[in-house]
Design a protein around this ligand. Structure first.
Ligand SMILES: Cc1cc2nc3c(=O)[nH]c(=O)nc-3n(C[C@H](O)[C@H](O)[C@H](O)COP(=O)(O)O)c2cc1C
Length: 357
């Protein structure tokens, strides 16, 4: 009998995850002109084989200038839809739900991928571009100086998220996640540390939340009623004068009212050198607080590595879903191994049964 709560199904709108374990979105910096390839197929596919309930594909740019690095994936054209299709098909065939993280990197765009020899902003001569942001202030002096978005530019961003969401469904994704965390464009508008605008998209919390809420409304309209929409937030800036957990509770409530089904509670990224108390499960209290105070389902992420730790988060009602990133790189079969440890009744893929019989 399946007594593990981690391995209980999670209904989300028109679909049901087979368990509460998600592969957290992870940039692979390996695409060409935004098109994913065989690397992405094997990377995401092997984690679906490994038993995850939800496989969230990396931050995928809704416009070319919204890529973090020139090697990021995209969803701004029909060519991207075609390139994603075999990947979503394989993930779904393994019983996992393929989801796409819709992203715009804002002032953190046009940077080198981590293993490149260069650091900071990529110049035009090496395939870089001028990023956009809430103002023309760069993230740090090493980053490229952004162009401040005007009202027309903001409207185009909202439309691009909606179009990206529609393309994601066309490409075979069964859920989408809006990336409003980590100091990328939506978070740059949310945080008072980075949003110094004087118009209706800045100022008080309502003004700073406006872009994220407009994106959520547009994405919900684009995907229809049955498709789950998740939103990743940086639930705190960990910085005096920044975005707070209390702000996140308010935002989560408003997002839920617009049809967002689950808040994926990450943190940080708006400013460099925030003092983040990194440790096992360090962001779980943020997921727990949003879940309790906004009454919205949440996902917990951040140094969740042990099956019993993950089980406890679900059993204690601290979150509805756990997302694992680096531990899934170390062990793509983490869910299958966790099932054994938690005595959950989960079958290995038939092709691999002789390894565990
Ligand atoms: C290689 C790598 C790439 C990442 N790319 C993304 C991304 O595309 N979108 C995102 O929201 N977070 C990204 N993250 C953050 C993870 O999703 C996760 O939130 C973070 O690593 C903490 O979880 P962990 O302790 O299980 O690794 C990335 C992390 C890693 C290690």
């Amino acid at each position: 009998m399946n007594v593990s709560k981690l391995f209980s199904p999670l209904p989300l709108r028109g679909i049901t995850l087979r368990n509460r374990i998600a592969v957290s979105p992870m940039c692979q910096y390996s695409a060409e002109d935004g098109r994913p390839n065989q690397w992405h197929l094997v990377h995401l596919g092997s984690r679906a084989v490994g038993g995850a309930g939800l496989v969230v594909a990396e931050a995928t740019a809704v416009v070319p200038e919204g890529r973090i690095s020139p090697q990021d994936t995209g969803i701004w054209s029909a060519a991207h839809v075609d390139a994603w299709r075999p990947i979503t098909g394989f993930v779904a065939a393994q019983g996992a739900v393929p989801a796409l993280q819709l992203a715009h990197a804002g002032f953190k765009a046009s940077t080198y991928r981590p293993w490149a020899p260069g650091r900071g902003g990529v110049p035009d001569t090496e395939g870089g571009w001028t990023p956009v942001g809430p103002t023309n202030q760069p993230f740090t002096p090493e980053y490229r100086t952004p162009r401040a978005l005007d009202a027309a530019g903001i409207a185009r961003v909202v439309e691009a998220f909606a179009a990206g969401a529609a393309r994601a469904l066309d490409a075979g994704f069964a859920a989408v996640e809006i990336h409003a965390a980590h100091g990328y464009l939506l978070h740059e508008f949310l945080s008072p540390l980075t949003n110094r605008r004087g118009d209706g998209y800045g100022g008080d919390r309502a003004g700073r939340m406006r872009l994220t809420l407009e994106v959520a409304r547009a994405v919900r309209a684009a995907v229809g009623e049955s498709v789950p929409v998740l939103t990743r937030v940086s639930a705190t800036d960990w910085t005096e004068g920044g975005w707070t957990a209390e702000d996140s509770v308010v935002l989560a409530g408003e997002l839920a009212a617009l049809g967002v089904d689950l808040i994926d509670a990450s943190s940080g990224g708006a400013v460099p050198r925030a003092a983040i108390p990194v440790g096992p499960g360090y962001q779980v209290p943020l997921a727990e607080r949003i879940r309790r105070e906004a009454d919205v389902p949440t996902g917990a992420v951040g140094i969740i590595t042990a099956p019993r730790q993950a089980e406890e988060i679900i059993v204690a009602g601290r979150a509805d879903l756990v997302l694992l990133a680096r531990e899934m790189l170390r062990d793509p079969y983490w869910p299958l191994h966790a099932a054994a440890e938690l005595n959950a009744d989960v079958r290995w893929p038939s092709q691999y049964l002789r390894a565990v019989d």
